[in-house]
Design a protein around this ligand. Sequence first.
Ligand SMILES: [Zn+2]
Length: 86
Amino acid sequence: MTHLDGNALAGPLGELFAVDVTAATGRCASCGMTGPVASLKVYGPGPGLVARCPGCDEVMLRLVRGPGAAWLDLRGTVTLRIPVVD
Ligand SMILES: [Zn+2]
């Protein structure tokens, strides 16, 4: 199955967050690998976007957009380090 890189999340996550989450650094809950969200392996778009760790292939992020709401599942991500301007 082919996939896109994490930059494919920029639009869908941009609808939810004021910051560019693809520039954030995520830590995988399964293998502990740390890297940019933009490096995740993204599958989708239907029925939702699934982003997998490039190290162990476990799911780090799921995003489903329905009418009037979005569901974001980050249980596969321990931390998300998001750069902000001081
Ligand atoms: Zn991993």
